[in-house]
Design a protein around this ligand. Sequence first.
Ligand code: C2E
Ligand code: CA
Ligand code: CA
Length: 309
Amino acid sequence: RRPLEVRGQIVPVELRVGISRPDPRCGSAMERISRARRALALASAGHPVRIHDRTVEAQLHLRHLVSDDLPRLLRDNLSAIYQPILDLRDNEVVGAEALMRIDHPSLGRLSPAIVLPLLDDTLQLELTRRMIGHAMATAVEWSARAADVRHVSVNLPPEQLAREELLWMIDDAAIATGADPDMLVLEVLETGIASPTPDSAVRNGLRRRGVRLAVDDFGTGYSTLEQMARVDADMLKVDRHLTAQIGLDEPDATAAAMAVHIGRSRGLPVIAEGVEHAEQLEGLRWLRCRYAQGWFIARPESQEALLQR
Ligand code: C2E
Ligand code: CA
Ligand code: CA
């Protein structure tokens, strides 16, 4: 994905792929091609390869239903829910991850899997702006009630780490809510942080403001071990598929253990995502992983529920 230089001009390159699998129920070659095209229509910068399945059809149908309305839905019907993050040393909730939802008047609550592929770059940025606003407002109210609270995190696509607007958004939200930006954590997929390196002006701007960068889904990207060990971040979030491998038998032998070790050796806080069973929590304690998040600890919940904690 490195940009090409053509006669002195920089040309960004992007590859997207739509795939349709052989299917005995799908007889004609034309229909196969058309399925691949429909899958391609939903491929995005974040998920450049899309395989045709029933969700593709459902999403295209939804896109048709909501796409004209998206700017208005983002403005009027967006909400944030929060999934608590537990400190395993003292079992206190010390942070939360903000997750977007859209309450559609007739389709009900729409999850990110449905909405995110429908957003163009402008709307993606608008979503980030709104979520930073929600997260910082929540951080202020929450820290006024609970002294232990240290951060609220927001997800964003890696490309946005090159957008200077990100810094203005944070400043605006800090002024509007009175929150200190050092309560904000930005979660970005490993791919966004490993290569290409994020725009240094933005990265420095975040650092100056005390905004931390977390690698989301750590351990699932295509980085080599060496790249993983060097990643420029303040926090690691171990992907739930890695957490899922932890049982009581040999927690030390799992990829999750490796991810925890990388974090510990770099002095970075590690959060294990997707904890669904008591055994995983025990395994993580045994590995001396500091933080955990997942359904076993708490499902994502409303702002009110979070503030009651
Ligand atoms: P993520 O960053 O990995 O967020 C965690 C997802 O895992 C959430 O799904 C959460 O509900 C789910 N989860 C939490 N605990 C467990 C568990 O124990 N087991 C399992 N199986 N799942 C668990 P959700 O809310 O559907 O979000 C999906 C993804 O959408 C997120 O994945 C994140 O990448 C993206 N996303 C969510 N909100 C935003 C947003 O405001 N902006 C952007 N750009 N992306 C967002
Ligand atoms: Ca995340
Ligand atoms: Ca994640």
